[in-house]
Design a binder for this molecule. Structure first.
Ligand code: B4P
Length: 195
């Protein structure tokens, strides 16, 4: 099993590239953003709690997303690898993920970190707001808040995996196809490398 974390700030294209990567490699896609939006659409108590936080650009509590990932790992035995998209977003989530995978005799193969400048991120998210229907997209102040939460809480996740030599940085600017090419080059070299 080869597991990947697609890492990057909000709006860096994690969801966009994940769709292409699962087509190419057959990974099981686990997006905590998508799982939370599905809870919101189904108006579950968890979804209602999550929506109020997401609309402000804040993170949903660690125990909630860790529980979702734990269930999703158990629900997908025998897959050839997981692609984690938007998770882990805090060091506590990263440590929990490492433990859950080690219980399954597995680990993270590579963390691919998309690099995109802040003004481009804001512009992409405001653009996405025109079609996404996402209430967390429309307000520029919310975007700025999401980016500061990312810098404070999520960037340390990259440091966590850097200590294990697992982080590969990829330029996230340019066409979707160009970025996909850069990502597959990294993944192919890591998948082929001996453990
Ligand atoms: P997510 O759903 O993870 O989404 P995201 O970070 O906003 O966006 P992503 O990087 O996937 O960008 P996309 O491909 O859409 O998070 C939403 C919220 O959920 C969080 O703020 C948080 O509240 C909560 N949450 C999720 N996971 C959590 C966790 N683990 N812990 C706690 N809370 C959690 O791309 C963005 C736009 O750019 C799109 O419109 C796309 O078309 C465009 N785009 C993509 N590539 C482009 C390119 N190369 N050039 C130009 N535009 C491009």
């Amino acid at each position: 099993m080869f597991n990947i974390i697609l890492f990057g700030p909000p709006g860096s294209g994690k969801g966009t590239q994940s769709e292409k990567l699962i087509d190419r490699y057959g990974f099981k896609h686990l997006s905590t953003g998508d799982l939370l939006r599905s809870e919101i659409a189904n108006k579950t108590p968890l979804g209602l709690e999550a929506k109020s936080l997401m609309d402000k650009g804040q993170l949903v509590p660690d125990e909630v997303v860790i529980g979702m990932i734990d269930s999703a790992l158990d629900a997908n035995p025998g897959v050839n690898g997981f692609l984690f998209d938007g998770f882990p977003r805090t060091t506590a989530q990263a440590e929990a993920l490492d433990k859950l995978l080690s219980l399954k005799k597995s680990e993270i193969g590579v963390v691919v970190a998309l690099q995109v400048p802040e003004e481009e991120l804001i512009s992409r998210m405001l653009n996405r707001a025109k079609t996404s229907g996402r209430s967390d997209d429309a307000d520029e102040q919310v975007q700025r808040n999401r980016l500061s939460v990312y810098t404070r809480d999520t960037l340390p996740v990259a440091d966590h995996y850097r200590t294990y030599g697992k982080v590969e940085e990829v330029v996230g600017l340019g066409s979707i196809e160009d970025i996909f090419g850069r990502l597959t080059a990294v993944i192919d070299s890591k998948k082929g490398a001996p453990a």
